[in-house]
Design a protein around this ligand. Structure first.
Ligand SMILES: [Zn+2]
Ligand SMILES: [Zn+2]
Length: 444
């Protein structure tokens, strides 16, 4: 199966540094390009799509996984992808105009699942826990994604591989990738056996491998080496679409981050899927500094037993001035890129204070004696813009985008864009009650 991946790589992209590519005669490439310029052909090299009846037959056999519960009624806001015609499109990536990239961070609780759609091509990165199989099945079905050009399991832990069975129960698959081909767990063997039903097996990509998803480019950045810690074997990849980019880190911890840093890739990304659900062992400062994400998405379960996301990670993201979005607070988070800028929708709590746990536990707030005992209930997000700013003295500067507040002299104010900047004379408590949290640099 290794050579299938190479085949894709060679066919879709010639990139410098790969000597083997140069050995392929140009004429052979031309033949391949001609053959595979037919619609749909690029997704299957060793077999065509399984007939729909076969897949449906499988579905009825495996009722324990596929029950049409349709519990994801919540995703109206993900409107763009509702149209199955987008999926069926066979637009030539090179001539497609006005194409968009959609990145769905699906709310699977304390787990990971992301669906990426571009020019009628699709890729699923992880599928949540085994218990999320129904959810993933329904998510794909609702959007008419019955073929996944790529299915990627970043690493074999259940919260990443479990729900992929549900995806395979609905969609046919072109190429399957994983960090490993064998792993002793029920969830993983389930994934493998569902792949086998489609005559597919897992390809293990190498760092530096590239492929296309419509007009988006995907590059594998990690793992660089084998680590006993499966998290540090996570497939890390970056998707570039025009001027925008998305970095997926699986559960990579700081060791893998360090390995990747040493490769000196261009890590700068518009959106970061935060590593390992916001665990403190991930998202190290040096790594974040190279990525400098505008948005950081944490896929995490409500009140999970791991204490994810860790306050230190929220603090580091806050220092990086990233806008943090969280599946536990905001449900499914769907980004759309036109190649120039990104926008996003969430299923709930668009204005919630995503750094909220920080203001409850951080030593910063404890260090300052509260003038009046503030109610310690959760910082409910109902910040109606307070217009009563008749106090003329400026006490703090707000960033209305990241929902952080700073002292007027804070160095990070220089980087804040004017449209997000708001000076206020409100007290610290009043600001916090509006959902703002203190800057990590100036510690107001
Ligand atoms: Zn893991
Ligand atoms: Zn995980």
């Amino acid at each position: 199966m290794r050579n299938i991946f190479n085949f894709f790589r060679d066919k879709l992209r010639l990139y410098p540094g790969s000597k083997s590519v140069l050995l392929i005669p140009v004429s052979a490439l031309l033949v391949l390009v001609t053959l595979f310029s037919l619609p749909n052909a690029s997704t299957d090299d060793n077999s065509v799509d399984l007939p729909q009846q076969v897949i449906e037959a499988q579905q009825t056999e495996d009722t324990e996984i596929v029950q049409e519960t349709d519990k994801s009624d919540k995703t109206e806001s993900a409107g763009l992808s509702e149209s199955p015609s987008v999926i069926g499109s066979t637009a030539d990536p090179n001539t497609a105009t006005g194409s968009v990239l959609e990145v769905h961070f699906i709310d699977v609780g304390q787990a990971d699942a992301s669906l990426i759609l571009c020019d009628g091509k699709s890729m699923l990165i992880d599928g949540g826990n085994s218990a999320d199989s129904n959810l993933i099945y329904t998510y794909l079905k609702k959007r008419g994604v019955d073929h996944l050009d790529y299915i990627i399991n970043t690493h074999p832990h259940e919260d990443h591989v479990g729900g992929l069975a549900g995806a395979l129960n609905y969609a046919s698959v072109g190429t399957a990738m994983g960090s490993i081909t064998e792993y002793d767990s029920r969830a993983f063997s389930n994934f493998v056996s569902y792949l086998e039903k489609q005559n597919r097996s897992i390809t293990v990509p190498k760092a530096g491998d590239t492929f296309s998803l419509g007009s988006a480019d995907v590059v594998i950045l990690g793992p660089i080496r084998n680590d006993e810690n499966m998290n540090n074997n996570s497939i890390v990849l970056k998707i570039t679409f025009g001027k925008t980019s998305f970095l997926f880190t699986g559960d990579a911890e700081r060791e893998e981050e360090q390995d990747i840093l040493e490769m000196e890739y261009d890590l700068k990304s518009t959106v970061l899927k935060v590593g390992h659900h916001g665990s403190e062992t991930s998202s190290s400062y040096p790594f974040l500094r190279e990525i400098m994400p505008e948005y950081a998405v944490i896929s995490v379960g409500k009140k999970n037993s791991y204490g994810h996301p860790h306050e230190s990670v929220l603090s580091r993201l806050r220092d990086a001035d990233a806008k943090v979005l969280r599946t536990d607070m905001q449900g499914d988070i769907v980004f759309t890129s036109d190649g120039e800028t990104v926008s996003y929708t969430v299923t709930r709590n668009a204005d919630v204070d995503t750094l909220g746990t920080l203001s409850e536990t951080t030593p910063i707030s404890q260090a300052k004696p509260e003038s009046t005992p503030t109610p310690t209930t959760t910082p409910t997000p109902s910040p109606k813009e307070d217009q009563n700013e008749d106090k003329t003295e400026i006490s703090f500067v707000l960033n209305t985008n990241t929902k952080k507040f700073h002292l007027p002299h804070c160095a990070s104010l220089k980087r804040m864009s004017e449209k997000n900047r708001k000076e206020t004379g409100l007290t610290r408590d009043e600001i916090i009650s509006q959902g703002y949290s203190p800057c990590g640099n100036c510690k107001p």
